[in-house]
Write a protein that binds this ligand. Structure first.
Ligand SMILES: [Zn+2]
Length: 471
């Protein structure tokens, strides 16, 4: 019996949000290139390697979520004689026999691998229509002078001595146009850093509310209907509150991995202007409000990052409360609006409770830096509640002004956020207390938060243990 059958699993494979990283260094020069072509059932990848090297390392080599196994060795076949795929440490490599350099032209044949990975986007998404979406960056590789050195490479490939360059990947389908960024094109060539999904085969994007949704028609109807109805509403509300989205029209891709027994799972990932979700399990066949709410929260939170994260980013990672808490409060408000059965107040209360716990004797910034990601979500939401109440307007209005004022330099600093709070509240003590929670925490954070709520006008009562309880 496979591991996936053993547990009733609500796999929320959404570890952290990638949408608001600090901006990366200038792009590395393009080195290798690859032509990926679908010929009906057969897929080929022709690599063009710019110089001789004993090994080429695949950047995206994360193991599978189920079983933690390498995935290329079963589904990728090297056709070029004398070249093989090899697993070294955490990475897949192309190497030549007898230590010779890998030739300049290498052809692989592959089956798209449509399963979740531990720490990366799924290499492919399979739709019940036969359409396949490929993650564009799965072909990225770089040269290594000694294959054995791959065993010492750090998982994130940080380090000074790597010959790290960009791979240009081109995609084409012999059967006709492919879908890129919501539009049909005959082929596309990509060398961006974050990647996207390029879709091969039939799909009719449903464009509404400023988002193009591609939802597997076999997805259980209760869930498909909720996504079709609520996703444009969420994006429409966001655009109305925050102004036009900053980038190209966003795309939502939702695939259905089938009714695996004893499982109810949703996984998702976020790429620039693209949200991707996969549902799986017999538990998804029945209407499940918790799963629906979580899916809508995911869409709302991640879409909010198109503004709070992409249009403006935070300055330092320790300031992630600005974008995570901001996106969460926006999401709780939005989902409550579009889905009346959703209990947004319970989520807000959870944020308050978690922030009280996290900031006891320790600053929110220090908690974030020590890896407690919940700190930014929970306390950022609490700070947003203070700004919302103090401004006597929806939280979106507070965010919109901050986004608009910082679109030019694309950075929203902590000082700018706190100054925005003082501007709407005319009470500098709010910003001062929040700054202290961020830097030092408090011996009794429940009292500090209660006092913030009192001054800002958030309605609450104190629970027996002193925690502020929203009314
Ligand atoms: Zn986020």
């Amino acid at each position: 019996m496979s591991r996936s059958l053993l547990a009733l699993l609500l796999a929320l494979g959404l570890a952290g949000c990638a949408a608001q990283r600090p901006r990366a260094a200038p792009p590395a020069p393009v080195a290798a290139s690859v032509d990926v072509v679908r010929h009906g059932e057969l897929w080929t990848a022709d690599f063009h390697l710019p110089r001789p090297a004993p090994a080429w390392v695949f950047v995206h080599s994360s193991a599978t979520r189920d079983g933690e196994l390498p995935w290329r060795e079963h589904d990728w076949t090297v056709e070029t004689p004398g070249v093989r795929l090899e697993r070294r440490g955490r990475f897949d490599l192309l190497v030549a026999e007898n230590g010779a350099p890998v030739p300049a032209e290498v052809r692989l044949r592959f089956r798209p691998f449509a399963h979740d990975l531990l720490s990366d986007s799924a290499p492919a998404l399979a739709f019940s229509t036969g359409a396949i979406a490929l993650f564009s960056r799965q072909f990225d590789l770089f040269a290594l002078s000694d294959p054995a050195a791959a065993e010492q490479l750090p998982p994130d490939l940080s380090g000074p001595n790597l010959d790290f360059t960009r791979t240009r990947a081109s995609f084409r389908d012999e059967a006709g146009p492919i879908l890129y960024a919501g539009r049909r094109v005959s082929s596309i060539s990509l060398d961006d850093e974050d990647g996207t999904y390029v879709l091969f085969g039939p799909a009719a994007p449903r464009v509404s509310g400023g988002i193009a949704a591609i939802i597997d028609p076999a997805l259980p109807a209760w869930l498909r209907d909720a996504l079709v109805r609520d996703t444009p509403a969420i994006l429409g509300h966001l655009s109305a509150a925050l102004g036009p989205p900053p980038g190209a029209e966003p795309v939502l891709m939702v695939s259905w991995a089938g009714p695996t027994p004893r499982r109810v799972a949703m996984t998702g990932s976020v790429l620039p202007n693209l949200l991707q979700m996969t549902f799986e399990g017999e538990g998804v066949l029945r209407e499940n409000p918790g799963l629906r709410d979580h899916a809508l929260w995911f869409i709302a939170h991640e879409s909010a990052h198109f503004w709070l994260g992409e249009a403006v980013a935070y300055q330092y990672a320790r300031d992630a409360w600005i974008t995570e808490g901001g996106a969460d409060l926006l999401a709780f408000r939005l989902v409550s609006e579009v889905e009346p059965a959703y209990d947004g107040r319970a989520e807000l209360q959870k944020a308050i409770d978690d922030c009280v716990r996290i900031s006891a004797g320790r600053g929110v910034a220090a908690a974030e830096e020590s890896g407690d990601q919940r700190a930014s979500y929970a306390c950022g939401t609490v700070f947003g509640l203070v700004a919302e109440a103090a401004s006597h307007r929806p939280f979106g209005a507070f965010v919109r002004r901050l986004v608009d004022e910082n679109r030019a330099d694309r950075v929203l600093t902590r000082e700018e956020w706190l100054a925005g709070l003082t501007r709407v509240s005319h009470d500098p003590s709010l910003a001062a207390d929040i700054a202290r929670l961020i830097d030092q925490g408090a011996p009794d954070p429940a009292s500090v938060i209660a006092s913030l709520f009192s001054r800002a006008g958030v309605r609450y009562a104190r629970a027996e243990d002193g925690r502020p309880r929203l009314l």
